[in-house]
Design a protein around this ligand. Structure first.
Ligand SMILES: N[C@@H](CCC(=O)N[C@@H](CS)C(=O)NCC(=O)O)C(=O)O
Length: 217
C-alpha cells in the first residue's frame, strides 16, 4: 500500500480532479499540492518536462498525463477496479472516457479560453457550442442514466464524466449561467443528478468549491 500519492496540481483542474476521484475510489491516501511557481515550477519541471498538472509521485514512481495515471493506479492498486477486465466492458469504459476527453472537455477548454479574458469571439463561441452540443448528444446516447456511467460500480468512465460535467457547469457560469447541459439530454441529466450523490463525488465537488473560493478562481 502506498503511504501517500502526491498529486501536483490544483483540484479545480479537470485533469487533476479526475485523478483525485480515482484515488478516492481506491481509498488511497493522497494530497493535492501545487508548488510555488505552479505547473512550471522547478519542482514540477524536474519530474515532468512538459510542466503540466497533474504530475504524480507514488513512492519512486513519477507519472504525468491524467489518463495514464488513472490506468497506472488501477493496475497498481487493484481494489475497486476502475477499468473492468472484459474486452467489451473495458472498451466501453474507455470509450466514454475518450468521448468526455476528446470531444467534450476539448470544447469546454476552447470556451474557457474565450471567456477567460472577458472578450469572447462570437464566431468561435458559436462554432464551439455547436460542436459541444453534438458531443453531448453523442454522450447522452452512450452513458447510463446513473448512478454510474457504465455498469454497476464507479469506474474510470465516471472519473472522466464527472470532471467534464463539473467543468461544464463552471464554464456555464462564466458564460452568464448558461445551461450547457440542455433540457433534453435525459440520460446525461439523470446521470449527473445521480452521480453527484456519491460520497466521493460530493467530497471532490466540495473541495473544488472551497479551493475556488479560497483562491478566487
Ligand atoms: N493531457 C494532459 C493535460 C494536462 C493539462 O493540460 N493540464 C493543465 C491544467 S488544466 C496545465 O497543466 N496547464 C498549465 C500549462 O500548460 O502550463 C492530462 O490529461 O493530464
Amino acid at each position: 500500500m502506498s503511504k501517500e500519492v502526491t498529486i501536483y496540481g490544483t483540484i479545480t483542474s479537470p485533469y487533476v480532479n479526475r485523478v483525485v476521484l480515482a484515488c478516492r475510489r481506491k481509498g488511497l491516501n493522497h494530497r493535492v499540492f501545487l508548488p510555488e511557481g505552479g505547473s512550471k515550477s522547478p519542482e514540477i519541471l524536474a519530474i515532468n518536462p512538459l510542466g503540466k498538472i497533474p504530475t504524480i509521485k507514488d513512492g519512486r514512481t513519477v507519472l504525468f498525463e491524467s489518463g495514464v495515471i488513472v490506468e497506472y493506479l488501477d493496475v497498481k492498486y487493484p481494489k475497486n477496479r476502475l477499468v473492468p477486465a472484459g474486452a467489451n466492458a473495458g472498451a466501453r469504459v474507455r470509450l466514454i472516457g475518450a468521448m468526455c476527453e476528446n470531444y467534450i472537455l476539448l470544447m469546454l477548454i476552447r470556451l474557457f479560453v474565450q471567456y477567460m479574458n472577458g472578450k469572447p469571439d462570437k464566431a468561435i463561441v458559436a462554432d464551439t457550442i455547436n460542436k459541444l452540443d453534438d458531443s453531448l448528444d453523442a454522450l447522452n446516447q452512450f452513458i447510463q442514466p446513473g448512478p454510474y456511467a457504465f455498469g454497476k460500480s464507479f469506474s474510470a468512465a465516471d472519473c472522466y464524466a464527472v470532471s467534464a460535467m463539473v467543468f461544464l457547469e463552471r464554464i456555464g457560469k462564466m458564460m452568464g449561467s448558461k445551461d450547457l447541459l440542455g433540457k433534453n439530454r435525459r440520460n446525461l441529466k439523470r446521470y449527473w443528478t445521480a452521480i453527484k450523490k456519491e460520497p466521493i463525488v460530493k467530497q471532490t465537488m466540495a473541495d473544488i468549491r472551497a479551493y475556488a473560493i479560497k483562491t478566487g478562481r
